[in-house]
Design a protein around this ligand. Sequence first.
Ligand SMILES: Nc1ncnc2c1ncn2[C@@H]1O[C@H](COP(=O)(O)OP(=O)(O)O)[C@@H](O)[C@H]1O
Ligand SMILES: Cc1ncc(COP(=O)(O)O)c(N)n1
Length: 270
Amino acid sequence: MAPTIARALTIAGSDSGGGAGIQADLKTFQELEVFGMSALTAVTAQNTLGVQGIYELPPQAVAEQIDAVVEDLGVDAAKTGMIANIEIMEVIAEKVKAYAIPNLVVDPVMISKSGHSLLNEDARLALKRYLLPLATVVTPNIPEAEVLTGLQLDSMEARKEAARMIIGMGARSVVIKGGHLPDGEAEDLFYDGQEFSILSSPRFETPHTHGTGCTFSAAIAAHLAKGEAVLSAVRQAKAFITAAIRHPLHLGGGHGPTNHWAHRLQEGKA
Ligand SMILES: Nc1ncnc2c1ncn2[C@@H]1O[C@H](COP(=O)(O)OP(=O)(O)O)[C@@H](O)[C@H]1O
Ligand SMILES: Cc1ncc(COP(=O)(O)O)c(N)n1
């Protein structure tokens, strides 16, 4: 019998503080009524103030988690987050190809909001070789897109050029997120190699943006798992993250988590 629920897998790091990483992803999957599964790449000791410790898992442990999940439960869409090193990245690329995972969202996580490196220098550039060619959609923030392309992204024209370059690296589509823009709307740029779309929301003045990128990419994966088209998945993810930022929980003394159930307050509208 065909499964009655869409299934999504997150391949990412654990955030003990619950705002980013695997925890944000699984909360998002649950809210969007998708069955969530995880393959951990690293365990972080982390809270809203910073990252106190990082413990990378052996690549074999990542491989076995992906095998266990795919071979039994099945995966309609996967997302990657914190990957930490090239060896783990190689294993993920190998498994995504071997199992022909149908939808892959690559969130090229590099540095936490609190300023800690979550991906070593070599691995940052290896993303282009191993994961971008497999990505249904890649979701860099502005500093990440600058690292991937070597461009300085201080204008819409430059961001469009970066999007073209990222498609040239093999990704099927890209969203350059606008959370790091200095002012104006929180404006994300989507490109699928044919058409640009701008997804805009008001920018909220809030320190509670820990895990925004994780939540956004997990929401895209959830909608892709349900069989939606990429741009539609991205639009719905934008509405989800906007609601989650608009209604903060005021937890912790630093960059607090977003509110994963805020979308329920707004009947799907952000
Ligand atoms: N202050 C904000 N107000 C409204 N939307 C925001 C804000 N900060 C980020 N976003 C949105 O959250 C999503 C994640 O973006 P961003 O914060 O740039 O990612 P990351 O967590 O990878 O740095 C994007 O859709 C972005 O536009
Ligand atoms: C385990 C893990 N994965 C990802 C992030 C990035 O999230 P943010 O940029 O909001 O700190 C993080 N802080 N921790």
